[in-house]
Write a protein that binds this ligand. Structure first.
Ligand SMILES: [Zn+2]
Length: 323
């Protein structure tokens, strides 16, 4: 027997659960015989869970239903067949199919069987496949479906299991093939639900404002060049429109625009003021220094800059000049 231990939240939707919250649970190696799953990386040989652990982490013990997995075949007397998988008894599954065929009238397999009638259909076991999850079981089922691909007698029109890559590829192919139809539908839907969509978008933006801002900031930081390119391209393409809109706004919102202009000018001044003052102070300091530094004349004498004229008339300089 295989047991699976899981956090309560993951298994909420299951119905057969045994609560072990109040008692210590011990499983012997025999009970864990086919065990493959460990809790909190604790390998399960002998597993003992204390009440505290039970309460905190592991609350539900569930018998693994996929241990009873099986692949079956619905076989019609005329040779048509349908591959499926189940964890229930085969006759129980057959009854399920019969019930479903009354409701899912468009499912290809039922379209066909509803024509020939269930009296000509039998269920057969293909393979017992004990596994651990629905995904595993569906993968196995899909192997059989793939084998019947192209077989005219096979009534499986849907894959049982597709990998995310396959799924993405198929989605893309579907989109390419039905592009026009999809766009048309989208357009129609958007037009008909415009108000609802706008309200929803607005509410969403308000509710997630912070997260959106963070995301945008991060995105722009990581894709700086790309963003700039896109912006430039957009501007180039829509230049006339953008400029016209801007002009119209300026004309119709003069007061607001002027108030903004004033605000920007003040902000710009406040931002630039310290640098301007520093430059001015530096210039003054240089001038003061220059004024204090004596100049050496060709006559060999020295003078301060503002005494240049006085020096030119000094005895020493005149003597040198007339020599
Ligand atoms: Zn001189």
């Amino acid at each position: 027997m295989i047991w699976i231990f899981a956090k309560k939240t993951l298994f909420k939707r299951y119905t057969h659960q045994i609560s072990i919250t109040m008692e210590t649970l011990t499983l012997t190696p025999a009970e864990c015989e086919e065990e493959t799953i460990s809790i909190s990386s604790k390998p399960i040989e002998t597993l003992t869970l204390t009440p505290a652990e039970c309460e905190e982490e592991v609350i539900i013990v569930e018998k693994n239903r996929y241990a009873a997995g099986k692949i079956y075949k619905l076989v019609c007397t005329d040779g048509h067949y349908y591959i499926g998988s189940t964890i229930t008894a085969l006759n129980y599954r057959l009854n399920n199919h019969k019930q479903s065929s009354k409701k899912e009238l468009n499912r290809p397999v039922y379209v066909y069987i509803n024509i020939i009638g269930w009296d000509d259909v039998e269920i057969e076991l293909v393979e017992k496949y004990s596994c651990k999850s629905k995904e595993e079981l569906l993968k196995k089922e899909d192997e059989y479906i793939q084998k019947g691909k192209g077989d005219k007698l096979c009534l499986n029109f849907m894959r049982a299991h597709v990998t995310p890559e396959e799924s993405a590829k198929r989605m893309k192919e579907y989109y390419e093939k039905n592009k026009e139809k999809i766009l048309e539908y989208h357009k129609k839907y958007t037009a008909e639900n415009r108000d609802n969509i706008l309200t929803y978008k607005k509410e969403y933006r308000e509710k997630n404002a912070e997260a959106i801002a963070d995301y945008n900031k991060k995105y722009v930081a990581e894709h700086a060049e790309e963003v700039k390119e896109r912006k430039d391209k957009y501007y180039e393409e829509k230049k006339d429109e953008i400029l016209a809109v801007n002009r119209l706004y300026v004309e119709t919102h003069k007061e607001t625009v002027n108030a903004y202009k004033l605000k920007w000018a003040k902000e710009k001044y406040a931002k630039l003021a310290p640098a301007k003052k520093a430059a001015h102070d530096a210039k003054t300091a240089a001038r003061v220094l220059r004024d204090k530094t004596s100049v050496t004349c060709t006559c060999g004498g020295t003078y301060l800059p503002h005494h240049k004229n006085r020096h030119a008339e000094s005895k020493k300089h005149l003597k040198f000049a007339t020599a």
